[in-house]
Ligand binder design. Sequence first.
Ligand SMILES: [Zn+2]
Length: 300
Amino acid sequence: MRRFLCAVAIVLLAFGQTHADITFNFNYVDVNTNSGFGFDDAAEGATRRATVQSVADYINTVVDHNGTVDITWNASINDSGSSVLGSMGSFYFQNAGIANGFVFDHATTGVDPLGGFDDGSGQINFGKTWNSDLGAPTAGEFDLFTVVLHEMTHALGFASLFNSSGGTEILGTRSVYDSLIEDGSGNRLLSGTSFVGNASDFTGGDLHIDVGSTTLELYAPGTFLPGSSVSHFDFSVSGDNIMFPGIAAGTANRAYSENDRLVLAAIGWNVVPIPEPGCGVILCITGVVFVVGRRRKNLV
Ligand SMILES: [Zn+2]
């Protein structure tokens, strides 16, 4: 079976030379306002913006679409005491039913959902200590590539719109991601756009997302954490997952796990198959860990 899959992967890679690219346009408020901070930092700003572009280039190796994505990086946060490293989300229309948001729609159709407006926005807390480039982070540094990849993946649609009572943060709209979530008994929380679960599910530690071939446990701690609960994998999920809720300083993880890819595919992205071991990508990576028990910082 493995031999067969590898052969398939090689064939697809050969054709992959022509696979399409999404055009990512990044708008940096730090730069527009000459803030001198964050993405406009005199020493690090250009490097940081190049790292964001490197993340976009990486995403283009994973998903195969030829539309456009317009992202605004809002004014960077400068809060060394905060546990938040960054945040990002897609915009959605109200009353859209079940949707992935503007980022997905623009990337996959090429049609700008709302001309003249961005598809998503986010920000980074540059009050923390960062590794801005593509070298390895030192012990006290958070890895910008890792965090930007995580945040941009939320914008791709790896995001719950549930509030703590099962309602939605966007009136009349549910995320495709939320439509795939089940309770511990395998019952979906949504029927169409109607919530048919129990509010206690969100803090019960037993939520899962159905990705077709399997289900994967989602982060549902005893206290509901807006923006973090449900929108990430539980730490018990195996693998070096980009979409865990937090990351330790001094670690980098710059490639999606199989689980990350499964969710992206389940919500509708055309995900390029992973080359088999021997090709030197993904499955060969070792030593990249989110260490449970070490002090983690929250990604939102
Ligand atoms: Zn997150």
